[in-house]
Write a protein of this length. Structure first.
Length: 368
């Protein structure tokens, strides 16, 4: 009896260990160059028209990297630094050359109640300092929970889209249109509500909401080949998702999911339900995705058209080959360099990757 019990325990441990392992093969036909050294957590970054880089460090610092020199931008937003919260994404207005607007997402303690929630701000830079700061959106209520702030920013057709995670309130926020959290939002570039947003006529709804039923989206980009908004979000234990973001659509969290609780218990027995969107792709085990980019330059040969997703958990850049809008193959790039937080295609066509406790690296494909 003792032998059988021991055998069972060994099998159980082996099964748990196997479930925690990433299955994607390592691609060795690439290299990298460190472009910006000594960054702690480059949560978001963007390229200015002159090729220099604006970098958001999660701790609240904005760094301008130009001509091999780092300059810290003065007068940054006051961030609520707790858990996953801090200074998050950064994006230029599509007409930045004309208007100078830069958009930020960050955790903020502004408003009533203890704690913080996600805020969206725009500002300009003058003499290495933020000026003309305007808060465009602030999620409520504040909470002292340290998880699931989101948040990524994209522009599409002149509109501002951003994500906010469900702030650790999975059974309250994601499915309730009257509450912030677990949503992707759409605003005009000045923060006003577009008249054709999907829930402007819904009683008591947050009228900035574009889609809902999300958990914690930390990747969002415009697919340059289809002009669709693609996002990914953290699942619980298993069930990280890639979604195509559609107007008024419910993505199901936590009613449907391919994941389970971190403790191993069941969240729901449903992975599909009428009226709720299925993910384009999901990961099990979770890779803990953060950052996202599409390769649409000619710098990477047959990788052109692929999706790139950072893995925090397994510390690599996931090269997702696409066919007919589906992920058909995955390979590990930059394996073991560190937690991949942010990914961008630069104006030169190369891919740049923000890695925690390292910096920003340029991805290079080895020639055959």
């Amino acid at each position: 009896m003792k032998l059988k019990f021991t055998h069972f325990i060994i099998i159980l441990i082996a099964s748990v260990f196997a479930c925690a392992q990433d299955k994607n093969p390592v691609n060795t036909k690439h290299s990298h160059e460190v472009i910006v050294k000594d960054l702690n957590n480059p949560w978001g970054f963007t390229f200015l028209p002159d090729g220099s880089i604006l970098i958001n460090e999660k701790d609240g610092r904005i760094i301008h990297f130009k001509n091999e020199t780092k300059t810290e931008i003065k007068n940054p937003p006051q961030v609520y630094l707790r858990g996953q919260g801090g200074l998050l994404d950064i994006e230029l207005h599509p007409k930045y050359k004309e208007n100078g607007w830069i958009y930020f997402s960050f955790a903020s303690s502004e408003g009533d109640g203890e704690g913080g929630n996600t805020s969206i701000m725009r500002a300009k830079i003058k003499n290495d300092s933020l000026v003309d700061k305007e808060i465009l959106y602030k999620a409520v209520p504040n909470t002292t929970k340290g998880q699931h702030f989101g948040s990524r920013i994209v522009f599409k057709d002149g509109y501002l889209f951003f994500s906010i995670g469900e702030r650790g309130e999975r059974d309250i926020n994601p499915q309730d249109l009257t509450r912030d959290g677990g949503k992707i939002y759409r605003l005009n570039d000045d923060g006003s509500i577009p008249k054709d947003n999907p829930f402007v006529e819904t009683k008591n709804a947050k009228t900035a909401i574009w889609s809902y039923g999300h958990r914690n989206p930390q990747g969002m980009k415009i697919n340059p080949f289809t002009n669709e908004i693609w996002s990914h979000e953290h699942g619980p234990r298993g069930g990280d998702e890639v979604n195509i973001v559609k107007k008024g659509t419910n993505y199901g969290w936590p009613v449907i999911t391919y994941g389970i609780n971190y403790s191993g218990t069941t969240i729901t027995d449903q992975t599909k339900k009428e009226g709720m969107e299925q993910p384009l792709h999901y990961w099990d085990p979770s890779i803990a995705p953060s950052g996202m980019a599409f390769i649409n330059s000619d710098k990477y040969g047959d990788w052109k058209g692929s999706l790139l997703v950072g893995s925090l958990k397994f510390q690599y850049l996931d090269l997702c080959s696409l066919k007919n809008g589906k992920v058909v193959k995955e390979q590990r790039l930059l394996d073991g360099l560190g937690r991949v937080r942010s990914v961008e295609q630069g104006p030169d066509g190369y891919i740049y990757v923000g890695i925690e406790n390292l910096g920003i690296v340029k991805l290079k494909q080895d020639k055959e």
